[in-house]
Design a protein around this ligand. Structure first.
Ligand SMILES: [Zn+2]
Length: 319
């Protein structure tokens, strides 16, 4: 099964998605050929994890088994009802609470993990522990926020991979509420509304590439998972009529899948839990699969509450 792209999709993917890749020059005649044929692309595969909670002293060793498992997963056969094998992922997505408390040592441990151990590119969002502190202690140092801004240009950003538009808002957390369940902030909802059809990566994407065609499949990622969102209806309302195929979340330290008002909510697993799982996500032209792999037991989960396997709509013409 493969994803069909319009020429414009492909150009957009090449131009926008590959922010840090060297790009080949287009050859003469390539444009004409592109008009006649619908270029084919591989399905998009990426891995998801969350709540890595690197301790203050910067010992990231608890994350190593998960990272090593991710490095070894390509080639693994999926369960029969899913079919095929795991392709090399385009990237890994961390849904926040990268650190337990934002220290320089914890930040360095994560950076080292990304640059020296993990074989794939990484995208991430910040969680409440990276932002607002923890356990009733307020005013965490802005170490992770500053690191994040250097990496993405802002606390919110978007990116494109494999013809999918990823929208990554920052939702500030209010530690003083004393509750892990909170609203997605009005600012974050506003960012989502504004960027379902355009890019926002201030330091990385040229102005001319900002529009995203209507109908483009969209993934939205927030640290707060579905169960932790106290304003779910406002959140779903903010997605409007965009082709949102999935919402990624973390925060509650376990893999879980929920559907609400037609939106698929996929909660990513944490190394800081009783489950040694990472989630493999595969998006083809008409199907979206998200399934956790248990790297201690070396097997796929068979828990239906953790698996998403749905048809999706990927219009051929997204212009
Ligand atoms: Zn959290």
């Amino acid at each position: 099964m493969s994803i069909r792209f319009t020429r414009r999709n492909v150009l957009q993917f090449i131009s926008v998605g590959a922010m840090s890749m060297a790009l080949p020059k287009r050859l003469p005649g390539q444009e004409k050929e592109g008009k006649d044929k619908q270029p084919e692309e591989k399905p998009l595969t990426f891995f998801g994890w969350s709540d890595t909670h690197i301790p203050v002293h910067g010992d990231g060793s608890k994350l190593w088994p998960a990272v090593d498992a991710m490095n070894l997963l390509p080639g693994k056969v999926f369960p029969k009802n899913i079919g095929g094998v795991v392709e090399t992922p385009s990237f890994v997505f961390n849904c926040g609470d990268i650190t337990h408390w934002p220290t320089h040592q914890a930040k360095k441990a994560y950076e080292d993990l990304l640059t020296k151990r993990l074989k794939y590119p990484s995208y991430e969002i910040l969680g409440n522990h990276d932002d607002a502190g923890a356990d009733g202690v307020k005013d965490a140092p802005p170490i992770m926020k500053e690191w994040f801004k250097r990496r993405y240009g802002d606390l919110c950003y978007t990116f494109d991979q494999g013809g999918i538009h990823f929208v990554c808002p920052f939702s500030a957390y209010d530690e003083s509420l004393g509750s892990p369940a909170q609203d997605i902030t009005a600012e974050a909802l506003d960012f989502i509304r504004k960027n379902l059809y355009r890019h926002y990566s201030p330091d990385l994407v040229p102005e001319k590439l900002i529009p995203v065609p209507k109908g483009t499949p969209v993934v939205v990622a927030t640290h707060l998972c579905f169960d932790a969102m106290t304003n779910r209806d406002a959140f779903v309302d903010a997605l409007k009529d965009a082709n949102v195929i999935m919402v990624l979340g973390g925060h509650y330290h376990k893999a879980q899948v929920k559907s609400y008002r037609g939106i698929n909510f996929v909660q990513l697993p944490s190394v800081n839990s009783a489950w040694s799982e990472i989630t493999v996500i595969r998006i083809t032209s008409d199907r979206l699969v998200a399934i956790p792999y248990d790297y201690s037991k070396n097997q796929w989960t068979d828990n239906p509450g953790k698996i998403l396997d749905v048809k999706i709509s990927r219009p051929d013409k997204t212009i």
